[in-house]
Write a protein that binds this ligand. Structure first.
Ligand SMILES: [Fe+2]
Ligand SMILES: [Fe+2]
Length: 244
């Protein structure tokens, strides 16, 4: 199976080109990719522990080994590119997420079929993105070559997951893929909703701070001007015969 970028990623090619043009951002993204690949390796190792299918276990172990190697490659390249370890840069992870670390998948709750369907879609999406990243990296042939090397593994991952799904679930493979697709759409919606909520929260706090709070400052100052200065005589008519 050959990887092909999605229409969205193709349309976003100029954005990807901008994202990858900056060396510092590229370095930080490499380190971030390294973390997600290592995370994916741990999840797939867990899947290998759980599965009762010996063929799948062997494939999962090879897959986990590949992801761990990708993590090392990304980390090494990130460190090579990184001039200063400090310095925060905008990484645009939402636009160029790489391999999504299996979307925080809970491997223990999945069966072999649903896991294979999910893995197939994840690997296919990641492989498509890596094709685009390779295309826009004219300025960095070394990183481009690394992506090309990793892409071969990703194509193997998307191929074996599809074939194994067809073996385990010949009749319901289409349904499994649709269920996995629906899960991915739901997670994408949650990511979008979370980002939107964070944005709205920031806007609302800014409005409160810069528009509503100054109004109370003006009112408080006006009220303060009406107060007499200096000591104020105590209220008349107080009696000591009762408590209040
Ligand atoms: Fe990978
Ligand atoms: Fe992969």
């Amino acid at each position: 199976m050959r990887a092909a970028p999605s229409t969205v990623d193709l349309l976003l090619t100029p954005v990807h080109r901008w994202v990858w043009a900056d060396v510092q951002r590229r370095a930080h993204k490499m380190l971030r990719f390294s973390e997600t690949e290592a995370d994916g390796a741990r999840d797939i190792t867990r899947a290998a522990e759980i599965t009762r299918d010996p063929t799948l276990r062997r494939l999962y172990l090879r897959h986990a080994d590949d992801e761990q190697r990708h993590a090392c490659l990304f980390k090494r390249r990130g460190r090579e590119l990184l001039d200063s370890p400090q310095g925060r840069v905008f990484e645009a992870n939402w636009l160029a997420p790489g391999e999504r670390g299996l979307d925080d998948l809970d491997v223990g709750t999945e069966n072999d079929e649903s896991l294979l369907a999910f893995l197939h879609l994840s690997e296919k999406a990641a492989a498509g993105r890596f094709v685009v990243y390779g295309k826009v990296l004219d300025c960095d042939p070394q990183t481009r070559a690394m992506f090309a090397r990793i892409l071969e593994d990703e194509e193997f991952h998307m191929t074996y997951t599809r074939k194994q799904l067809a073996r385990l679930s010949p009749r319901r493979q289409g349904l499994r893929l649709w269920q996995a697709r629906a899960g991915r759409i739901w997670k994408a919606y949650l990511r979008l909703a979370t980002a939107l909520a964070a944005l709205l929260g920031t806007v609302m706090l800014a409005v409160q701070y810069f528009l509503i709070l100054p109004l109370f400052v003006v009112l408080a100052r006006r009220a303060a001007r009406r107060e007499p200065e200096g000591f104020v005589p105590s209220r008349a008519g107080l009696t000591l015969e009762r408590q209040y």
